[in-house]
Design a protein around this ligand. Structure first.
Ligand code: HEC
Length: 112
């Protein structure tokens, strides 16, 4: 998951908010067809993170509080403008968490 969010940092720009639904899906950076890191372990982690993102209950049950997946809310695999995109998000962590009154790692932010 984290590897996926890091990999997306280097990905193409966000999918425009006004992209027609039929075309938005084609613009999603998908590890099944787009370039991956050269390191085979990192590439495998990116593929795994992508699966978790789009089907959280199946591939990461402990992160799934319901039948929703990350991609249910962070649309187009977290790559769409105006739909809580997560592209580049890894670069802002650790970040101060107001509710907890302390810095949060990306992992803590996802779980909490
Ligand atoms: C029910 C909808 C929903 C689901 C499902 C969901 N999120 Fe979110 N996520 C949000 C909302 C809304 C926010 C922003 C509000 C907030 O800060 O709490 C957010 C914020 C985040 C942030 C912080 C972004 C920032 O700018 O600090 C990360 C990282 C994140 N989500 C990752 C995930 C991951 C990974 C999953 C799946 C394991 C997931 N989310 C599932 C709705 C969702």
């Amino acid at each position: 998951m984290i590897a996926l969010l890091l990999h997306l940092l280097a990905a193409a720009p966000l999918i425009p908010q006004n992209a027609p639904i039929g075309q938005a899906g084609d613009r999603v950076k998908d590890p099944a067809r787009d370039p991956l890191p050269d390191d085979p372990e990192q590439a495998a982690e990116v593929r795994r993170g992508y699966k978790i993102f789009l089907n959280t209950p199946r591939f990461a049950r402990r992160y799934a509080r319901s039948s929703l997946s990350c991609g249910s809310c962070h649309l187009n695999a977290g790559q769409k403008e105006g739909s809580m995109p997560l592209v580049g998000i890894a670069s802002i962590f650790p970040d101060y968490n107001k509710r907890s009154g302390r810095p949060f790692t990306l992992e803590e932010r996802i779980v909490g």
